[in-house]
Design a protein around this ligand. Sequence first.
Ligand code: CP3
Length: 351
Amino acid sequence: MNDRFLRACRREPVDRPPLWIMRQAGRYLPEYRALRERADFLTVCRTPELAVEASLQPLRRFALDAAIVFSDILVPLAGAGVAMTFDPGPRLAAPLRTRSDIDALRTPPMAEAASFVGAAIAELSRRVTVPVLGFAGAPWTLAAYLVEGGGRDGFPAIQAMLHRDPDTLERLLGKLATIVGDHLAFQLRSGAHAVQIFDSWAGILSPADYRRFALPAVRRAIAALPERRGPVIYFAPSAHHLLEDMAAAGADVLGVCWRTGLADARRRTGGRLALQGNLAPHALLGPPASVRERARAVLEDGRGPGHIMNLGHGILPETPIEAVEALIETVHGFATNPIAHAFSGRAGSVS
Ligand code: CP3
């Protein structure tokens, strides 16, 4: 197996930084759009054969260093009985606003409620020669969608709950920590080599509220994982003001968006964690020469033990394939240590 990604997560030496792309399976690929003509989003997530196909699509085109299972952060909650649709973002039939709404949220074992995720991971790990990533939303970010009932600028409903009824919010976060810990553990048992936790909306919190609400919940989810386990990546965009606190969540790798420099993040976290990121997704809308220049700048900024090259957030649906190719070529040509690099192979990633 190509273990460059896992080595970088552990801050071990590598010939060049590993690369994967957040949302690497998705709408920028014509073959994904064709798959979605045949099945709706939740059906793809819930049908292991289709989810595996979506995960394999980017790996057939690009020599990426990790695969990610095709699912969504809301899928385990749908499995727990929360009614929702995707259009294209999640829309809940009924937001959770009161204490009794929250008490009614079930926390069934994820091995049953999201068994299809485990089946997709097991099949994917048989089909690829790169590590397979599982993932989950962080408790705070899942709570933001559950209380709002969908995505909305600033998530005013959870902000109101935080101020009006903090005990109820803490109760919800506690339940979600259980669900997230169980879902991550299930994915690791099913064959995921590493997991990523997306805290997409942590950045709307002040440092004090992050420390009181979001951090303890994500820390509990990570602490619930077995001691001998694959690496955990914790990612929150627009969270420059939370970086030091995020480093205390118990993850091995911190994902940072483009608003924070990698060398700056390394200094602020004392070099204790590996770092993942952080080319701006918009950089891939520029011509290939510009993509190469921007990608090289990120690789230089990330130099040091444990850098996983990635975008600073998910790839945009309008991204041209040529831009992704320019990114891949640049990473493949970048030697962490120029002497070791001369001896490295370039095997494909789908067997
Ligand atoms: O390739 C991969 O990275 C794996 C698949 C993946 C999806 N969603 C598929 C998807 C992953 C890792 C996610 C994570 C996710 N989902 C996050 C965290 C990352 C982030 O962007 O901050 C969030 C907040 C969600 C919730 C969600 N799901 C939104 C807001 C949307 C709509 C907007 C958008 O960005 O596409 C979705 C739908 C969704 N999830 C799609 C895909 C491919 C598009 C749905 C379609 O095919 O119509």
